[in-house]
Design a protein around this ligand. Structure first.
Ligand code: ATP
Ligand code: MG
Length: 430
């Protein structure tokens, strides 16, 4: 083999002049042996290209199978029938890592693909999703860093619940005591605003979600921000700017991936702010016009959210949820104490909630009475209460589910399609 010829990314081959001698390395995506000719479609992280071997050259190529790794040398040739208009006329091939009977063939069920995720991650679908996901994470960091936020990190082992006990994962700690995996970094972010004012984090959260839905993982990536002095309106503005920033970045950087996933770009392009804003009360009215009656005070579930977002062509905030459906730390609206200064952001096209947030209770006595009202014990929240004892300030924040956001942006059917190795109620393998 011609070792001097440096291998190139497959995407670069399409830029090469006809007749250039090139080398590539990658994996065999498809393989067809027509006797006198052998067709290989080779893929790498950048794309796929067809390589055609004829006569003598075909002998080595005949030894490969799907997903074998190969080094190929050949000349670039234009061919109208080839995807991308170019192919490689193969001259030499080295089989680097053989592959036999790659288990993923046609007719593949969703469960099977989850069982072989360690191999399915090579598929074009997963590759496209992961490239979009990469952009989403980068854009989240980009937005916060450009807007004066500090990135902070909260612990994963905790002793008290944020969201309530039912969905906590207990862990046996080194000293034999029971600690829990975090469900949200919010309380720690609240502590940190007293130092840094505007903070964010992107970290896993763990919730023992008992219900099997298309939008719940037991381990998900949580992007949380907390801002000193901010009101509900301020924080909704941040959420809206953030989402549009992320969507624009994906539209800039992932056109090919979006198309390969069959995503209609217009659906994202139209998500330009301002987003819609409706109150919980208005949401109930809309639902009742659609024939669904929800009792005032009940939460909106995934089904109700799906119906509701049918009415909107871009994300919609639902604000001022009743006190009892939101966690105790949500501040009551002084004009209407039975509702909270909270807002969920629902994504269009049936996706529903991707962000939950709002203004936090900042008064000590009010927080203590809220904790009690929710049947919890103030002594379990001792350090959190301290934050209201020493220079308390009004503040707001939110939590965005990154996997759910990727699911919506990429137009995926199920949250387990939005990350490489999903953890759900029934799955912790591979
Ligand atoms: P839901 O009602 O859908 O369970 P939630 O009200 O429990 O959501 P929050 O506690 O507000 O959600 O969490 C903030 C964000 O984190 C949600 O808007 C969502 O995007 C994401 N999220 C929450 N739970 C999960 C989960 N189990 N899997 C994936 N993402 C989640
Ligand atoms: Mg939940």
């Amino acid at each position: 083999m011609d070792e001097k010829l440096k291998s190139r990314k497959i995407s670069e081959i399409f830029e090469c002049e006809e007749g250039s001698r090139v080398a590539i390395r990658g994996w065999v995506y498809r393989f067809r042996d027509l006797g006198d000719k052998v067709f290989l479609v080779v893929r790498d992280s950048s794309g796929v290209i067809q390589v055609v071997f004829e006569g003598e050259g075909a002998t080595e190529a005949r030894l490969v199978d799907v997903e074998a790794s190969v080094f190929v040398i050949g000349r670039v040739r234009s061919d109208k029938r080839a995807p991308g208009g170019k192919e490689i006329a193969g001259e030499a091939m080295e089989l680097l890592g053989p592959s036999h009977n790659f288990p993923i063939t046609r007719d593949i069920s969703r469960e099977f693909l989850l069982d072989v995720r360690h191999l399915w991650v090579r598929s074009r679908r997963m590759q496209s999703m992961m490239k979009i996901r990469h952009t989403v994470f980068g854009a989240l960091h980009g937005y916060f860093r450009e807007n004066g936020y500090y990135e902070v990190h909260a612990p994963m082992f905790i002793t008290a619940a944020v969201e309530g006990g039912a969905t906590l994962f207990p862990v046996k700690y080194v000293d034999g005591s029971t600690v829990y995996l975090t469900q949200s970094s919010q309380f720690y972010l609240e502590a940190l605003i007293f130092s840094l004012e505007k903070v964010y984090t992107i970290a896993p959260s763990f919730r023992a979600e008992k219900s099997r839905t298309r939008r719940h993982l037991t381990e998900f990536w949580h992007c949380e921000a907390e801002v000193a002095w901010a009101t509900l309106d301020d924080i909704m503005q941040v959420e809206e700017d953030l989402i549009w920033y992320v969507v624009q970045k994906v539209l800039e950087e992932n056109q090919d991936e979006l198309k390969s996933l069959g995503r209609r770009l217009e659906r994202l392009e139209q998500c330009k702010p301002p987003f819609y804003r409706i109150s919980y009360d208005e949401a109930l009215e809309l639902l009742s016009m659609k024939g669904v009656s929800i009792k005032w005070g009940d939460d909106l579930g995934a089904d109700e959210e799906r119906l509701l977002v049918e009415e909107f062509d871009k994300p919609v905030f639902v604000h001022r949820y009743p006190e009892k459906v939101k966690a105790f730390y949500h501040k009551s609206d002084p004009k209407r104490p039975e509702v909270t200064l909270s807002a969920d952001l629902l994504a269009p096209e049936g996706y529903g909630e991707i962000i939950g947030g709002g203004e936090r209770v900042d008064n000590l006595d009010e927080l203590i009475s809220k904790i009690k009202k929710f049947g919890l014990r103030p002594e379990d929240y001792a350090w959190y209460l301290d934050l209201r004892k020493y220079g308390s300030v009004p503040h707001s924040g939110f939590g965005l589910g990154v996997d759910r956001t990727v699911m919506w942006i990429a137009g995926l059917d199920h949250i387990t399609d939005a990350l490489p190795f999903p953890r759900t109620l029934r799955r912790v393998y591979p």
